[in-house]
Design a protein around this ligand. Structure first.
Ligand code: F6P
Length: 545
């Protein structure tokens, strides 16, 4: 039996890491920095314009060596190659996993079932660009002859979170004459608020759904159709001018009544949470224009190439993934805070939640066995500095160890006086405070009364990464997203889970479908669930009568 075919916890590197953890755990970052004055310069890596300072992690060179060995024993290199070559690594759905093909340069070749998918990708990109240009230039007219000024993306999960995040992140580059809204929730308030001040004559809906069967999206799309027809005098022909679809399911798109000529396709080898750079990004392209969208794809591709070709000890996504595994599986931490010090990235943590947790929130391995180790942490976060005045207390002095990813840019897109210096000073200060804390001696030396000293001590030794780039551009956003995509991939390879399926979301969907008619049932029939669900259904029925 080779090392890599063994269960994870039986591997040589895992056992060595276990032993190593026991020695390293008591060591303080203060000592690690004092013993190695160049640590802050040495434990950094840079690629494709993204700089990673990982020196404030509770690691030594030995830790890194063992973590890299773990990646090798997990066949990471072979698994990366398998993904890039279009092998069907999503085994539970028998699908290739080729979001990297979405940003492969024109003229390159990646084969799936003997077909070059890059050609198909660029055909769709060209169609998107043509459509975006026509809408942006006012050539595409609505039913009454007016140009389109409002774009509403209707989608959920991967068909929403990427588009929302990218729109917010790249707002600086967007056409400010246009309004962009995103409707995802089945809660009618989401739709009602999105359209309440809009003129249907100038509104275009993008119905985005890989399957075109998702309950929330279909319900919202039907409501949008009703709203549009009501606003435009009920002429069914208006739908063609005000609805386009992004989907892999042509038959369902046609059934909904959208002309398939106005459908932008993608493929089953694009996972929903890996789809923001496919046609699912149509709203992004409409906002920032085809050239900026291309720059974003180029950024993704540069990070893909870095991931594919760089030795693991200098490979940004691999390093970040290995650090996660170190904390989750050895320090028994449960969460990772993602803290962008960039207002435009306010939806980045929400986007990452689906990417990370829907991918690796799994307890069954590829072999169908239950894991005997922890898998995906909970990712969460808010933009800085707001979080500092909210939950940072717990990160600094709480009982839980919470590794943090700080994200910042050298240059602000909105330079205002010294705002940016103050912002950056805060991020550096937070990482410094978390790592080094403040000792009782230091607190006493400030003249603090003895009784207050324990409250004002910061024990420190709390790890963080700092991720920095020059400025937030479409290209850098692509790199940042690809960084996390490949980090998630690497984690999944080591945890031996299928990072590309999502069976865990199915049961709730099925039960909801069963409950809906029971809520609408006017008879007094027994709901036939457990006593709690029955009681809740009866209570809700009473509220409607
Ligand atoms: O319910 C989970 C999920 O399947 C996600 O994986 C996906 O991104 C989302 O629903 C939306 O699916 P669709 O794009 O098919 O509407």
């Amino acid at each position: 039996m080779t090392a890599h075919s063994k269960p994870l916890t039986q591997r040589t590197a895992w056992k060595a890491l276990d032993a190593h953890y026991k020695k390293l755990q008591p060591l303080h970052l203060r000592t690690l920095f004092a013993d190695d004055p160049k640590r802050g310069e040495r434990m950094t890596a840079e690629a494709a314009g993204i700089y990673l300072d990982y020196s404030k992690n509770r690691i030594t060179d030995e830790t890194l060596k063992l973590l890299v060995q773990l990646a090798e024993e997990s066949d990471l290199r072979e698994r990366i190659d398998a993904m890039f070559h279009g092998e069907k690594i999503n085994i539970t759905e028998n699908r290739a996993v080729l979001h990297v093909a979405l940003r492969a340069p024109r003229g390159s070749s990646i084969l799936v079932d003997g077909k070059n998918v890059v050609t198909q990708v660029h055909a769709v990109l060209d169609k998107m660009a043509d459509f975006s240009n026509r809408v942006r230039q006012g050539i595409w007219k609505g039913h009454t002859g007016k140009s389109i000024r409002n774009i509403i993306n209707i989608g959920i999960g991967g068909s929403d979170l990427g588009p929302v995040m990218a729109y917010e992140a790249l707002r600086h580059y967007s056409d400010r004459r246009m309004t962009f809204r995103f409707v995802s929730n089945i809660d009618g308030t989401d739709f009602a608020e999105a359209v309440q001040d809009l003129n249907p004559e100038q509104t275009l809906f993008i119905v985005s759904s890989k399957t075109f069967t998702t309950l929330e999206t279909m319900a919202n799309a039907h409501t949008a159709r009703v709203w549009l027809l009501k606003g435009l005098g009920g002429d069914e022909k208006s739908v063609a001018k005000h609805f386009v679809a992004v989907s892999t399911n042509e038959a369902e798109v046609a059934k909904f009544g959208i002309d398939t000529a106005n459908m932008f396709g993608f493929w089953d080898w694009v996972g929903g949470r890996y789809s923001m750079d496919s046609a699912i990004g149509l709203s992004t392209m409409l906002a920032i224009g085809p050239e900026n969208f291309s720059a974003m794809l180029d950024g993704f591709h540069q990070m893909d190439e870095h991931f594919r070709n760089t030795p693991f000890d200098r490979n940004l996504p691999v390093l970040m993934a290995l650090l996660t595994i170190w904390y989750i599986d050895f320090f028994d931490t449960h969460t990772i805070a993602v803290l962008p010090y960039e207002q435009y990235l306010k939806r980045f943590p929400a986007y990452l939640q689906q990417l990370t947790m829907e991918s690796n929130g799994k307890y069954i391995t590829l072999d169908g066995n239950k894991v005997d180790y922890q898998t995906s942490p909970i990712y969460w976060g808010e933009p800085g500095t707001n979080g500092q005045h909210s939950f940072y207390q717990l990160i600094h002095q709480g009982t839980r160890l919470i590794p943090c990813d700080f994200i910042a840019f050298d240059t602000s897109l909105n330079p205002l006086g010294s705002h940016h210096d103050m912002l950056i000073a805060n991020i550096f200060a937070q990482a410094e405070a978390l790592a080094f804390g403040k000792t009782a001696e230091q607190v006493k030396a400030e003249g603090t009364p003895d009784w207050l000293v324990p409250h004002r001590v910061f024990e420190g030794n709390r790890p963080s990464n700092i991720i920095m780039a020059d400025r937030l551009t479409p290209e850098i956003l692509g790199k940042l997203v690809a960084l996390y995509e490949h980090c998630v991939f690497t984690q999944g390879v080591i945890w031996q889970v299928d990072s590309f399926d999502q069976w865990g979301v199915e049961l709730g969907k099925v039960l909801a479908q069963r409950i809906i008619p029971k809520l609408e049932d006017k008879s007094e029939s027994e709901p036939e669930h457990d006593s709690s669900t029955n009681n809740l259904i009866r209570r809700y029925r009473r509220s409607k009568s």
